[in-house]
Ligand binder design. Structure first.
Ligand code: ADP
Ligand code: MG
Length: 253
């Protein structure tokens, strides 16, 4: 059955107005409203509600994509029982996201495999659903990007772009030592974020060993000073989850 001219026009207008949910749902919602004998404002309200919900969902999806998480992990799949040393109450509080409004930082410290990246991702994901702009990057990728940008005279642009982010997650500080220039650029990012952007930093290194990756003691001191001015520290010092998992599987065999 071909559509009548007024239907064609309506659908054209809804597209032009960028109301995809109005377009896809108006026939069904109209039928429901007719059946329930609802008035016109109710019909309009229902469609507007659907459009808003869909729009928010799409925006959250976009923020998750823009954050560039390596693997999407949420708190639902995190077993707190497997990491007894971790402060669960603090994790739950951080998931609410108030620390981002307060421009506070989070440091996740612990041995490899204790769920630091998982938790940082889960916090980032929660922030995306709360409407925050988030960016996830490993410390070494960030330093490489910074060095390359400087080489190409794009550093200012890269730094400006990072300032638009509300939560910057720097994963795996401590695995690879940086060059002097690299450490200085990383320090620059941390200083610019100071009281402006929240940082989540994950590391396997206790503070006293940070000089090993950053090189200079003075720089390490200045960086820790800014990072830890207003900080929540989460420590996970249990056994590696992967290791425990593997051992459990071996035992079952
Ligand atoms: P880290 O960053 O501390 O080295 P990861 O977060 O990468 O550790 O964790 C390693 C793997 O184990 C990941 O697949 C992660 O999802 C999983 N994992 C770690 N801890 C837990 C946990 N407590 N509950 C569920 N999965 C976990
Ligand atoms: Mg990790």
């Amino acid at each position: 059955m071909s559509k009548d001219p007024s239907t064609l026009l309506l659908e054209h207008h809804l597209k032009a107005l960028k109301l995809p949910t109005f377009l896809s749902d108006y026939v069904a919602v109209a039928a429901n409203c007719a059946q329930e004998r609802r008035d016109y404002p109710t019909f309009l309200l229902r469609l507007a509600e659907r459009e808003l919900i869909e729009r928010e969902r799409r925006a959250a999806d976009r923020r998750v994509k823009d954050a560039r998480f390596p693997v999407l992990k949420t708190i639902e799949s995190f077993e707190f029982g497997a990491q007894a040393s971790l402060n669960e109450a603090l994790v739950r509080r951080l998931l609410v996201g108030q620390y981002i409004a307060a421009r506070e930082n989070v440091l996740l410290v612990g041995n490899p495999g204790t769920g630091k990246t998982h938790l940082a991702t889960a916090l980032g994901y929660a922030a995306c659903s709360q409407g925050r702009r988030v960016r996830f990057v490993t410390a070494s990728a960030l330093v490489t990007q910074l060095l390359e940008a400087r080489e190409d005279r794009n550093l200012r642009r890269l730094l400006k772009g990072m300032e638009r982010v509300e939560l910057l997650i720097i994963d795996e500080l401590g695995y690879v030592p940086f060059s002097k220039a690299g450490a200085e650029l990383l320090f620059d990012v941390v200083s610019r974020a100071y009281e402006r952007t929240s940082l989540i930093v994950t590391t396997n290194l206790p503070f006293e060993n940070w000089t090993e990756v950053l090189g200079s003691e003075r720089l390490t001191g200045a960086m820790l000073d800014r990072l830890t001015h207003r900080v929540h520290i989460l420590e996970a010092n249990g056994e590696s989850y992967r290791l425990k998992d593997a051992k459990a599987r071996l035992k079952r065999k």
